[in-house]
Design a protein around this ligand. Structure first.
Ligand code: XLS
Ligand code: NI
Ligand code: NI
Length: 449
């Protein structure tokens, strides 16, 4: 049996299964650091990293930008006579790509995988037909669905938003899509279902009732959750924060904003965060800051692994390549105990001028290698324990005595103030944070020395 899947025709001829060849390899189509079966910190790399291929960027995006037409030719699109035939070919290409790459998961929007029909019923029929086929492919290959979602932002009918649209009719049409997308996700055994707020936000406060829109969003998410649970969905629901783009102000601005929203509306038992690196950057946060914020609230879920271009402030969705950043991210992920339902989804696209079919492989290989290296670095940081030990010691005055009493809630403000007054100023507080020292040792781990 071939170690990869080929459907009606081979869409990436000349490229076989991508193998691990090690850091000295000069084969662009081989992994340098990602060695799926290698055990790091008691777990196989593939089980730590849980890579997913994003359907929309990899098999739909064609290099179009606001200044120019498509540049990337997808043969699965050009060789089809009807949109449904195109969707079938795309599925063939997707499973061939995913299995050749050796990713274990994928993620899709309803409209990535199946075309919209003339009516909501026809759209649902299309989705059912294609996902029935996807189920067969999953069973045959072992590839799994990390999460499903609905695209309720591209079609012009969503120009004023979906769940937060001022017109009830649009909210209902969004529901038709979400319901069908949830059904498809359940059928495919999806581990999660994601809500990225598409156009859920506003462009101008002059035409917006913000309170009403947020209430609608919460109501919509609650009934979607209730429906999915009723249908037996046991997986996680994710909210994916993003501060702006396409609207001026997205309601799911950043992780902290989403946590507040989920708690205010009582949704924090079922929903967690899907954190995207590029969105963190747009919100002026470090990627790891967003991960730690979610972890601290007990709401860490999954990751959209990409990167932005720090100097232009767009959602450029590039493939991750900074080992420093992937190491920092993996450190936060390992500290919270790793993924349960989530994984690393490459919500990333090749550049408009990356027009060779091999470029899609090369981009994913680089991203997987970057996270594999990041995992090794983070594991070295944890195993050595120097940084964690420093942090633990930094808070040690709360481990016993009055400090411990304070943590337990055993001190009133009068009592606490009395302790301070009695101790006096002295040199209290003049303790080095040792940032540069810690940065230097992090860099030692980075180079594996
Ligand atoms: C867009 C988002 C989107 C979600 C899925 O910026 O990242 O791709 O991940 O709807
Ligand atoms: Ni994303
Ligand atoms: Ni994005």
């Amino acid at each position: 049996m071939a170690d990869y899947f080929v459907g009606s025709k081979e869409y990436f001829p000349g490229i076989g299964k991508i193998k691990y060849e090690g850091p000295k390899s000069d084969n662009p189509l081989a992994f340098k650091y990602y060695d799926a079966e290698k055990v790091v910190g008691g777990k196989k790399m593939k089980d730590h990293l849980k890579f997913a291929v994003a359907y929309w960027h990899s098999f739909c995006a064609d290099g179009t930008d606001p200044f120019g037409a498509s540049t990337i030719i997808h043969p699965w699109k050009t060789d089809a006579k009807t949109p449904m035939e195109g969707a079938e070919h795309k599925l063939d290409a997707a499973f061939e790509f995913i299995t050749k790459l050796g990713a274990e998961f994928y993620a899709f929007h309803d409209r990535d995988i199946a075309p919209e029909g003339e009516t909501p019923a026809e759209s649902e029929k299309n989705l059912i037909a294609i996902t029935d086929k996807a189920k067969k492919y999953q069973d045959a290959t072992g590839v799994k669905l990390l999460w499903g979602t609905a695209n309720i932002f591209t079609n012009p009918r969503f120009l004023n938003g979906a769940a937060t649209n001022p017109e009830f009719g649009v909210v209902a049409l969004a529901a038709a899509q979400i319901k069908a997308a949830i059904d498809a996700t359940i059928k495919l055994g999806g581990a999660g279902y994601t809500f990225w707020g598409g156009r859920e936000g506003y462009m101008s406060l002059l035409n917006t009732d913000m309170k009403r829109e947020k209430d609608h969003l919460a109501k919509f998410l609650s009934i979607a959750r209730d429906y999915a649970r009723k249908q037996g969905f046991k997986g996680a629901f994710y909210i994916e924060p993003k501060p702006m783009e396409p609207t001026k102000h997205q309601y799911d601005f950043d992780t902290e904003t989403v946590i507040g929203f989920l708690r205010y509306y009582g949704l924090d038992k079922d929903f967690r965060l899907n954190i995207e690196a590029n969105h963190a950057e747009l919100a002026n946060h470090d990627f790891a800051h967003e991960l730690e914020t979610a972890a601290a609230a007990g709401l860490f879920g999954s990751v959209d692994a990409n990167r932005g271009e720090p100097r232009n402030g767009w959602d450029t969705d590039q493939f991750p390549n900074s080992y420093y950043e992937t190491a920092a991210a993996m450190l936060s992920i390992l500290k919270v105990g790793g993924f349960t339902t989530g994984g690393l989804n490459f919500d990333a696209k090749i550049r408009r001028n990356s027009v060779d079919p091999a470029d899609l492989f090369i981009a994913h290989i680089g991203g997987m290698d970057a996270f594999a290296a990041g995992l090794e670095i983070a594991n070295r940081v944890i195993t050595d324990g120097k940084i964690a030990g420093f942090v633990k010691n930094r808070y040690s005055s709360f481990d016993s005595g009055d400090g411990a009493q304070f943590e337990k809630g055993g001190l009133t403000l009068e009592a606490l103030s009395g302790i301070g007054t009695k101790a006096g100023y002295g040199k209290t507080g003049l303790t080095s944070g040792k940032q540069e020292y810690l940065e230097n040792i992090f860099n030692q781990y980075l180079l594996g020395l």
